[in-house]
Design a protein around this ligand. Structure first.
Ligand code: MG
Length: 369
């Protein structure tokens, strides 16, 4: 048997819930708890690999129930199976997860985690650097300021600035006047920080440009603007990108780009200057292909997350470390979670990841009840 081959002895999928420290509110909805579907694969040698599907029904339309059913079906099919190459098995199962990308991400995560553990290498070793880049084992995530009151934004920004966060991603798109005050409050609480705005599709072109103009007149120029308009409004994205060319503000597609085909469309049309990659939108393997394609086109890259626990967030940190191509890291959801699922061994309280001493696999083992 090849050194990386293994036989799956058993596979278990179940829902794990954990409370949030703060409700995670965006323009299109909110999470009040983490209720994700976890997958554990155990080899006949007793080695385990773990996966997580973070289901964001208000964003993707996927449901926890359907994801659990898909992962249970995959678990049944994998039990007793000999795996030579984990990547090949991921690709074999991908069609069964059409329309359930969070489920695919969990399956890939568990298969690749187990493969990395069997090989005795960190998860990031499974992702070779994109052309022209190298491994990047130390980096910092931004922190999200969720939709809320002016006081909440000010307090959260001050709290995280004190802890050492240097990049703040502010959710906007619900109330322009309040949003303007919230952005100014964050800038005041963290004056030297990098500001990112995420509109989650909450604007149209005219309103978005007017909003940015109001900020500009107060000396605030975000480094990046995520998804200002609805995901299918490619003309709107292109108009905003053209209007902001040379301004220092990148325009980033998030909801608009979930697949390699979407990324090709974004790149061919020149509609955006950055793309947000998430394992929960496209899985890890297609996500890596999106990153390689976009990087080759000179487009900037953000790595994002849904409401993911430390397992999935740490897997994404490995993904970023291996590929080495991400300009913006937005993998901060563990800071919104209570309990053991909030803890990543490679992430400190200031949002800094350090994978230099990473052991085999992802390095996080959730407890199955
Ligand atoms: Mg976003």
């Amino acid at each position: 048997m090849a050194a990386s081959a293994f036989v799956v002895a058993d596979a278990t999928a179940s829902i794990i819930r954990t409370p949030l420290a703060t409700p995670f509110r965006i323009a299109t909805g909110q999470h009040d708890e983490l209720a994700n579907v976890f997958l554990r694969l155990r080899s006949t040698d007793g080695v385990c690999g773990y996966g997580e599907a973070a289901v964001a029904t208000h964003i993707t339309g996927e449901t926890v129930e359907a994801t659990l059913a898909n992962l249970r079906a995959a678990a049944a099919a994998l039990s007793g199976r000999r795996i030579e190459t984990a990547e090949e098995v991921c690709r074999e199962f991908a069609p069964a997860f059409a329309g359930n990308h969070a489920g695919l991400a969990a399956l890939e995560m568990a298969l690749l985690d187990l493969s990395a553990r069997v090989q005795g290498v960190p998860f990031y070793r499974l992702f070779a650097p994109v052309a022209g880049k190298g491994e990047s084992l130390c980096f910092e995530t931004d922190i999200t300021i969720v939709i809320g009151s002016l006081e909440e934004a000010r307090a959260a920004a001050a709290r995280f600035a004190r802890r050492g966060f240097k990049a703040f991603k502010i959710k906007v798109g619900k109330d322009d006047q309040l949003d303007l005050q919230r952005v100014l409050a964050v800038r005041e609480a963290a004056p030297d920080s990098e500001l990112i705005l995420d509109a989650n599709m909450g604007f149209d072109v005219e309103r978005m440009l007017a909003f940015l103009d109001r900020l500009d007149r107060r000396g605030v120029r975000p480094a990046l603007l995520e998804q200002p308009v609805p995901k299918s409004d490619w003309a709107g994205l292109a108009a905003i990108t053209a209007a902001l060319a040379g301004s220092g503000t990148l325009v980033c597609a998030d909801e608009s780009v979930g697949s390699l085909a979407d990324a090709r469309r974004a790149l061919d049309s020149g509609a955006v200057s950055a793309i947000n990659v998430k394992s929960m939108k496209s899985g890890f393997l297609e996500g890596a292909e999106i990153a390689r394609l976009a990087s080759g086109h000179g487009v900037k890259l953000m790595l994002g997350a849904m409401m993911e626990s430390a397992l999935s967030i740490t897997a994404s940190a490995h993904f970023a470390a291996g590929l080495g191509c991400f300009d913006f890291l937005d993998i901060d959801t563990t800071f919104f979670i209570k309990g053991p699922l909030a803890h990543s061994p490679y992430l400190d309280d200031s949002g800094r990841f350090d994978l230099t001493g990473a052991g085999p696999g992802i390095g996080v083992e959730p407890q199955f009840g």
